[in-house]
Design a protein around this ligand. Structure first.
Ligand SMILES: C[S@@+](CC[C@H](N)C(=O)[O-])C[C@H]1O[C@@H](n2cnc3c(N)ncnc32)[C@H](O)[C@@H]1O
Length: 249
C-alpha cells in the first residue's frame, strides 16, 4: 500500500495517478448538448459552503460527470529553479488573496484556474456548457464515504476531436493562459509571461488545429445515487496553520 507522505513529492504525480477506467468518448459526451447533463448546481448541503454540485440521476463507478471550467497554466520549463511554487503563481492571486478555484493537473502538469484576473474569455463560463461546473464541487476527505468523485486532468488535443463542424457540441470550457504572467521564480526574481495563444485556432475548414490545453474531468469513484452531492478531496498541500477552518484532512 502506498502512503502519500512517504513518497517524494516529485514522484507523487506518477505513483498516485488514477488509472483512466473510462473512454475518452465519455468526456466528449459532456460536450454534446443533446444528452441530459449528469449533474447540476444548487446550494450545498454543508451549511455556509455556498454552491455545490449534485447528481441528476444515479451513476455507476468510473463515470465522467462534469468538467472544470477555466484557464490552463501549463507547468513551467524544467530549467526553472526546483521548488518554484507555480501551483499558485501571482496570476492566480485575486483581489482577496489566493484563488480558491485553482486545481492542480498532476497528469499533464500545471494548474487550471476558474478565476484568473485579466482573463475573461466568455466561452469558458459555464453558461456556455452546463456540464462545466466542476469548479463548484466542495471538499470532503478521501477517507469519507461522502468523497464520491476524483479529478483527472487531460489534454484536449489527446481526444478525438477532429472536425468541429461534425460535432454538435457545447463549448470546450478551457483556454491556455496568454498575455499574462505564467510563473514567478522567487530565487531569481524572474517573472515569465506567456504571450502566444496555442489553442483552438481554427483553420478555414473549421478544424481545431491545436489544443495543447489542459482540462479536468470529475469521475465517480463508486456508485452514486440521484440527488447525492458530489465531493472530492481538495488535498490541500498547506501547513496546518494555513488551512481554512472548514477544511478537514
Ligand atoms: C472551489 S470552491 C467550491 C464552490 C463553492 N462552494 C462556491 O459556491 O463557489 C471552494 C470554496 O467552497 C467552500 N467549501 C468547499 N468545501 C467546503 C466544505 N467541506 N465545508 C465548507 N466550505 C467548503 C469554501 O468556501 C471554499 O473556499
Amino acid at each position: 500500500m502506498l502512503f502519500k507522505q512517504f513518497i517524494p513529492s516529485f514522484l507523487r504525480p506518477v505513483l498516485l495517478q488514477k488509472p483512466p477506467f473510462f473512454a475518452s468518448s465519455q468526456i466528449l459526451r459532456l460536450l454534446n448538448p443533446s444528452l441530459p447533463p449528469p449533474c447540476y448546481t444548487s446550494n450545498s448541503l454543508t451549511p455556509d459552503a455556498g454552491l455545490g454540485v449534485f447528481a441528476s440521476s444515479s451513476h455507476p463507478p468510473h463515470t465522467p460527470l462534469c468538467l472544470y471550467a477555466g484557464v490552463h497554466h501549463p507547468a513551467p520549463p524544467l530549467t526553472t529553479t526546483p521548488g518554484t511554487d507555480y501551483s499558485y503563481p501571482p496570476t492566480l492571486l485575486g483581489p482577496l488573496g489566493k484563488s480558491v478555484y485553482g486545481i492542480n493537473c498532476p497528469e499533464i502538469g500545471g494548474v487550471l484556474d476558474y478565476i484568473t484576473p485579466g482573463q475573461t474569455p466568455p466561452k469558458w463560463h459555464s453558461d456556455s456548457n452546463p456540464n462545466a461546473i466542476g469548479q463548484f464541487i466542495n471538499h470532503s476527505p478521501s477517507r469519507s464515504s461522502e468523497c464520491n468523485v476524483y479529478p483527472v486532468s487531460f489534454l484536449w488535443s489527446s481526444l478525438p476531436i477532429h472536425n468541429k463542424s461534425k460535432i454538435s457540441r457545447y463549448t470546450i470550457p478551457n483556454y491556455t493562459s496568454q498575455n499574462c504572467l505564467w510563473y514567478y521564480d522567487p530565487s531569481t526574481d524572474i517573472k515569465v509571461s506567456r504571450s502566444s495563444r496555442t489553442i483552438e485556432e481554427e483553420d478555414d475548414e473549421g478544424e481545431i488545429s491545436e489544443r495543447e490545453c489542459g482540462g479536468i474531468v470529475f469521475v465517480t469513484n463508486r456508485e452514486i445515487e440521484e440527488g447525492e452531492e458530489l465531493r472530492f478531496d481538495y488535498n490541500l498541500g498547506k501547513r496546518e496553520d494555513e488551512l481554512p477552518d472548514w477544511y478537514e484532512r
